[in-house]
Design a protein around this ligand. Sequence first.
Ligand SMILES: C[S@@+](CC[C@H](N)C(=O)[O-])C[C@H]1O[C@@H](n2cnc3c(N)ncnc32)[C@H](O)[C@@H]1O
Length: 333
Amino acid sequence: MDQEAGTTKGHHGPSGAIQVNRANAPEFQTCGIRMLGDTLNAHIPTPSDCIPRWRADDPDTRMYVGDCREVLANLPEIGQVDLIFADPPFNWDVPYDGWSDDMSRAQYERFTFDWLDGCIEALSPSGSLWVNIPDDTAAEIVMHLKRRGLVMMNWCVWHFRFGQHRDSSFIMSKVHALYFCKDPNSRTWNPDSVLEMSDRASIYGDKRTQEKSSNKGMRVPMDVWYGKYWGRIQGNNAERRHGHQNQIPEVYLERVVLSCSNPGDLVLDPFAGSGTTCTVARAHGRRSIGIEQSEVTAASAWERVTDIGMKRKNASVGGSSAIFQKRSSGSSR
Ligand SMILES: C[S@@+](CC[C@H](N)C(=O)[O-])C[C@H]1O[C@@H](n2cnc3c(N)ncnc32)[C@H](O)[C@@H]1O
């Protein structure tokens, strides 16, 4: 069974979905998928000098202030970015400083396709792209990236438990973490750097996991992410940066950065917000670029990236996400 080469078939083949995505990638580019955003003209960026507002060395870290559709198109590193993490405005009428989060649906889709295209151009041939997005736009983003020829590696879910109560439908408790790459064979993928305890080790006391030749009692995390430090950043959370909307937990970015980049690689976030991506990238020795349209927001993010730093370095690694207590009998099931 050669899982790396994607020859595993059937429900038990963990590479099955990747195999299907990879095989179908060429057809998605030519089958003429149409979405609402396609009814509007694409944004045409203006050529400009691309000067970062702030810059720090060792590792090279930069923050640009501006519309990411413009900055991405004018970056000196077009085609050289190793990893992009994007957490865009969701068009939920959030009061961002200087940004209208209340577009028509067609405008929002057009905006989404435009910045996605900018990211695709900025990525290196071996680069990976992650998008954090809720239910209402996940499908459109997946279809756009597929029709642009990218391959979906994982459709992860960030599960949190503080969704606002409503009785009209089930309570929202997740956002999608979409993981795409240009080339599954050449992408950077470091599973050993993000291992967590397996349920066999942490619940069942199963001896077999301790008999493995390496990574005893550990596994690559599942594609649903939750647990200690994975909740929304609210209240008196140590990571919280006041004045920022929708801050993402450090553990989330740490898992993405460690698994999909190497020290010295270039990581980019087109919607920097409070600066979580650059903070984590810098703490782990990656070069990074943040882009943020609000001067005020970007200034605060830069303070976090360069002066405050990561609060919970390595908290995403080595723990257990088990949902049951350890069994006393040592059952193997
Ligand atoms: C959801 S927040 C990002 C939060 C971030 N992931 C964090 O952990 O703090 C989206 C950010 O994108 C910024 N933004 C909105 N439109 C933008 C654009 N066209 N270009 C650059 N930044 C933009 C907003 O000002 C806001 O700070």
